[in-house]
Design a protein around this ligand. Sequence first.
Ligand code: GRF
Length: 198
Amino acid sequence: KNQIKFIKFFKMVKKNTCVFISGQGSNLKNLIFFSRDNIFPIKISLVISDNKNAYGLNYAKKFQIPYILINTRSKSYENKILSNLKKYNISFICLAGYMKMISNNLIRIYQKKIINIHPSLLPKFKGLNTFNRILKNKEKKTGCTVHYVNEKLDGGSTIIQKSFFIDKKDNELDLKRKTQKLEHRAFPEAIIKIFSQN
Ligand code: GRF
C-alpha cells in the first residue's frame, strides 16, 4: 500500500502556473499557500503584474517566486508576456484580480488553460464595481465565481461558484470581506477540480 502511495506521489508533476495580478494579491497569497502542499496540482512559477505598486508583489518576493512587471501601454508587452510564459514553461494561468483584458492571442494559445475569479454569481454582475451594483439591485444572495477565460469579459464557463445570503446591514466593505473569504476557498477548489478531471 505504501508503495502505491509512493508511486502516486512521484507521478504527480505540478503544472507550472503563472498568476496575473494588479493589486492586493490576497488570492495570490492563498494560492501560494495551497501550492506548497505536495498534492496540490500546481506550482506558482511566475507572477505577472501590470502595476508596479501592486501589494501582491510582496508575496512573490517573500516566497522567492519570479515576477515580471508589464506596461500594458507599451506595444511590446504582449511579446514580453509570451516570452516569459515560455521561459518558465507555463502551462496554466490564474487571473487573480488582474484588471486588464487578456489578448485573444493569449486566449487562443492557452485554450481552456486560463481561469479567473470574479466577485459575483456570474452571469450576474459582470465587469467592475460589482458590490455597489449588487447592493443597488437589492440582491438576496451573492458570492464568487471561478470560470474559464474566453474572449468575452467574464464570459467563460463556470468551474465553481460559492454563495452567501446578504444581510440587510451589509455595506460594500462587508460584501467584499465575505466574498473574499469564499474566494479563498473557491479558487483552490476549482484548481483541484480541473486537474482531477484530467
Ligand atoms: C477579487 O475580489 C476578485 O474576485 C477580483 O479582484 C479581487 C482581487 O483581490 N477579480 P486580491 O487582489 O486577490 O486580494
